[in-house]
Each structure stands twice: as structure tokens, then as C-alpha cells.
Design a protein around this ligand. Sequence first.
Ligand code: SAH
Length: 389
Amino acid sequence: MSRKSIILPKGRRARAGSPWIFSNEIRMDEAAKAITPGSVVNVRGEDGRAFGTGYFNPKSLIAIRLFSDDCDVAIDRDFFTARLKRALALRDSIYDRPFYRLVHAEGDGLPGLVIDRFDDTLTVQVGTAGMERQIETLIQSLEIVLKPKTIMLRNDAPSRGLEGLESYVKTAKGTGHRIAVEENGTRYIADLAEGQKTGWYYDQRDNRAFIAGFAKGKTVLDAYSYTGGFGILAAKAGAKEVVCLDSSAPALAIAEESARSNGVTVQAVKADVFEELERLKAAGETFDIVLTDPPPFVKSKKDLEPGAKAYRKLARLAADVTAPGGLMMIASCSHNIPQERFAQECAQGLLRAGRRAALIRQSGAGPDHPVHPLLPESAYLKALTYALD
Ligand code: SAH
């Protein structure tokens, strides 16, 4: 095989089973630097020992992402077809309906790739140069495994810049981008081209169901509501009043339309969450259930301190507008804040709000977001639910 090899002088992480190898762990000589970003390579020790097959980007801090622990594994249509079938079999065993995250990157053995499935429509997000080079092969395999009507490439995540990739959104097959999402027995509307990320956040499915379980007869504030994933389910579960609060007018318009098509009403408020919480607090308004699901406050390691402070403040303000005996949920989708730190900040926020709280549930994303056991970073979603006195 003409495949190039990357040599690991130490290779500790790879030896310990991590699917990531950082640039300071490899021998970055002239030959390595000359390899085209995204090329499939063998990874070997100095003694020739096999560490695996992966793709290499000399420009990225995560220089290699492994597909396999064996060398010379063919990364071709059969390979992708087998991995996709495995991912599909797992979801088929969990969900009755074909609406879920079909591929969750390393958790499904396909680093740099995320695919969300909305019945016969797929949204594909490619995050790395290595996976970008495989798009044609991937699409052929998707045809074999699922024959989708529509494939939308949502290749516009800002992190692509770190891999030297441009940003684009393109329909690879089919037409139409406004679709129905079925989740927790509810039909929502999603806009896959205009919406954020892949257009829908499947990661909160189980948390939405949990919160809805408390909603009957209650008032609910769904802060950072996006298209109403939490709020609409709470309304359907019999909430007395639901406010969806978000800064995006298009997302709120979809939330209202989605609510109507479910025969319920939500009140859409377009505002900055911090400002609106301050206003509600000053007005003495409270809700029985307050949930906050913000965008990532810690986008990179250097944002940890300011981001952590923002979570603390959000927890304080959310507690301020939670009625006595109410429920408060706060979520973080930041890869870069560890669970313990996030929980500490929330605890401090509650303390500053002067509220006694009992943590009743710690949760993350649903099982369609599998985590590679040696890559804890991939467990990005954390949600804490408290019962307040
Ligand atoms: N809870 C949602 C997902 C939230 S995504 C669901 O279940 O689907 C984060 C949302 O925060 C986005 O809709 C974005 O528009 C909104 N957002 C970001 N910054 C904001 C701000 N400062 N104030 C209000 N909303 C904000």
C-alpha cells in the first residue's frame, strides 16, 4: 500500500486507546508536513508497531483522528457502509421512529462527522479536513444504507476554520428544507437550511420529556427556547402558560407555528435572556418551571473563567424568577467546561440567589449521542435540574 505513515515517538494517548493524537505527540518532520491535510495515514511506533488508521492534518492541533486501531484499513465505501449500518442498528434498537442523531462522530467510529436523521432527510455536518475528503464516498454509502430523499450539507460550523476548511451550506441531494421532526410523540417544525447547527437539537430529547412530566397546570419559562423544543412539549403536557424566550425572531416564529400545529399556544418573547431575567426579577414575576439552555459560554479553553462566571450568573437569575416550590433546569453545551465545574458554578449561583435547592437530576444527551469512552470531551451536554424551596 502506498499509504504514508506517521510515526509516534511516544504515542501515549494512542496506546491508551484515545482516538485523538495531538500534533506534539507525533514526529512532525518534513515528510509529515508535506502530507496533504486530510490524507488517510497509518500510525506506527518507532519500532514499526501498528497504532491504527486515521486521517492526518498537519495544520490542526488534533493532528490525527483514528478510524481503527489497525493499520492499512481501507477507508472506502465498504468501510463507511459498515459503520453506518452499525450506527443505524443502534438507533433502530432504541427508537420507534426514524428521527434521531444517526452519527455522533467518534462515538460512532466516524470522527469529524455528525448526521441527523429526519425520516428520509439527512443533515450532514463535516468538521475536519479528513472527513471533507470522504464526502463523496460517504454519500455513496448513505445511498446504500438509507436511500434518503434529501441530503443537506451543513458545513458551516465555525470550528471548520481550525482545519483550514471553508464554510458552506449545500443540498447534495433532493430539495426542500422545512421538515417535520417527530420527538416524544410531538411533531415539530424545523428549518434545516436556515436553522442553527443541523436545524434541530436532538440532544435534549430526554430532558424535554423529563421537564414536561412536571408541567401540568404550571407556568413555564423556556429561556433560549430556539424553536420551542421544551416549551411546546410542556404546553402539550398541560402547562397553564409557556413563555419561549430567545433572541432569534425566525426561531420564535417557527416555535409559534409549531405550537399552533400542535393545538397549543406559547408566548414568544424576543429578548436577550440576561436582560429579560433582570426585568422579570425587577417586576417580581416568577414561573413554576424555569429552564435555560444557552449557547456555549465556554467556546475554547481560554474562555473558561468568563464562561464559568456567566453560568453562575445565569443560575442566579434563573433562581430569582423561579417561584417557591418550583423547578429549575440549567444546561451547558460547552465541551470546554467539566461537569464538576459547571455544577459548582450553578451551586454558587443558587447560593447567591439565597435559594435552598435540591439537585434532583443530572443528565446529558440521549443515547443517540454515544460517547467514546476514552474521549470524555464528546460528552458535551450537561443538564442539572433542581427543586427549589
Ligand atoms: N433549547 C433549545 C435549543 C437552544 S440553542 C431547544 O430545545 O431546541 C440556543 C438558543 O439561544 C438559540 O436559539 C439562540 O438564538 C439563542 N440565543 C443565543 N444568545 C442569546 C441571548 N443572548 N439571548 C437570548 N437568546 C439567545
